[in-house]
Design a protein around this ligand. Sequence first.
Ligand SMILES: Cc1ncc(C[n+]2csc(CCOP(=O)(O)OP(=O)(O)O)c2C)c(N)n1
Ligand SMILES: [Mg+2]
Length: 249
Amino acid sequence: MSSMEIVLTLYSRMRISPEKPDDPDRDRFVLSKGHCVETLYAVLAWKGFLDLENVKSRFSRFGSEYIGHPHNTLPGIEMNSGSLGHGLSVCTGMALAGKMDKRDYRVYTLMGDGELAEGSVWEAAMAAGHYKLDNLCAVIDRNHLQISGSTEDVMDPGDIPARFASFSWHVAEVADGNDIDQLNAALYQAEHTQGCPTVIIAHTVKGKGSALMENKASWHHHLPNAEEYDIIRRDLAARKEALIHEQHT
Ligand SMILES: Cc1ncc(C[n+]2csc(CCOP(=O)(O)OP(=O)(O)O)c2C)c(N)n1
Ligand SMILES: [Mg+2]
């Protein structure tokens, strides 16, 4: 839920089409924090790659193709993920290939802030900066939580902007990473940055949309009971109403 607006905004800008899922000129997206695949399923259904009713009825069922992490036999999914720390490396390769093949597609990945504890992230960051991959953009869902607590307590990621900047990346910060206008502004910046990759650090709220879940690590992998489910649905409906109202005023 912290990533919903990020993935939605990315897909509203990307050059992709469900009619040509293998188009060599398509933009690429890899959900490196694969555990939030529900977000991706919802957006891929919105874009016409998946059937939402199928996703709803088959999600996480035994033998289902809609498992709890992305896998690339489903249309629109570029890469299997779930083991954290691989998305940026693969995207660096895709971006470098785009440069070598003289194609103008763009490559995006979404990583978690807890995921930054993986060493492979920093090898890829170094390589992408070295090869000046301005067709590459990494977004970090900076919700300050990971599976078992705060990122600072479990494995402090340090000064994230400075670390990327040290590998010659352009750094953009989004103060409210659950705000679509702010995300669009940062993505526009990334599209127009030349000579280096861009990282967007989006400050988000884990469990965004329901006070029951917001900023609580215990909801990382927690099944709501019937009562909690009702509360969450009511909270989300109220947020939707508020957003619609905001749009009309
Ligand atoms: C290599 C690897 N180690 C551990 C895990 C277990 N794991 C799943 S989600 C998660 C926390 C990730 O935190 P973050 O990147 O901040 O994502 P968020 O919880 O904010 O969605 C961990 C450690 C994993 N999936 N892969
Ligand atoms: Mg996190």
